[in-house]
Write a protein that binds this ligand. Structure first.
Ligand code: ATP
Ligand code: MG
Ligand code: MG
Length: 159
């Protein structure tokens, strides 16, 4: 069964090629196949624009704000990241229609978050780039390595 394909997306051309590959697989798999395009946002991506004076929320230093206020900031950052991903992928998403689902998750570890997301959502196949935005020209990025190591679902890496 190949009805739920996950593409971890970091905005790199590698991840974009993984998405194009997954799109082809989904088309072969049938009309009910879905491609979950998932970006993991590090929690430190919270934008200082959302803070009253660039470093605090209602005068309270960010490290000391309560959980609910902090969650509000995370939610704003997630919504902004999701809009950015959707904008960058407008062409594919328009082509794929309901078959494409964009999701953004806040987590300091992209690999752990991808493994957890796949498990939680019963993902049948993970399709990801062999490398990503990192500058090092190694053969396998650390996120791909971590997902290959940790995921129960099969993982396909795309060059
Ligand atoms: P490194 O990050 O280890 O310096 P890299 O950036 O070249 O190296 P990875 O980060 O492992 O390599 O990227 C490989 C693939 O992992 C990407 O093509 C993408 O599919 C996925 N990926 C990486 N980071 C994220 C992220 N933050 N959210 C979603 N997917 C990601
Ligand atoms: Mg990377
Ligand atoms: Mg990295």
């Amino acid at each position: 069964k190949l009805s739920k394909i996950m593409v971890p997306y970091d905005g790199s051309e590698h991840a974009r090629r993984a998405l194009d590959y997954a799109k082809g697989l989904a088309a072969m798999a049938g009309a009910d196949a879905r491609v979950f395009i998932v970006h993991i946002m590090p929690s430190d991506m919270i934008d200082s624009k959302d803070l009253d004076d660039g470093g605090s929320l209602d005068g309270v230093p960010l490290g000391l704000v309560d959980r609910e206020a902090y969650q509000g900031l995370v939610d704003k950052a997630l919504a902004r990241a999701k809009a950015k991903v959707a904008e960058g992928l407008a062409d594919v998403v328009a082509e794929m229609g309901d078959a494409a689902v964009i999701d953004v998750v806040a987590d300091p570890s992209a690999a752990d978050a991808i493994v957890y997301y796949a498990k939680k959502n019963d993902i049948d196949l993970i399709v990801m780039g062999r490398r990503g935005l990192g500058a090092l020209r190694g053969m396998l990025g650390s996120v791909s390595y971590g997902v290959l190591h940790g995921a129960d679902a099969p993982v396909l890496t795309v060059k």
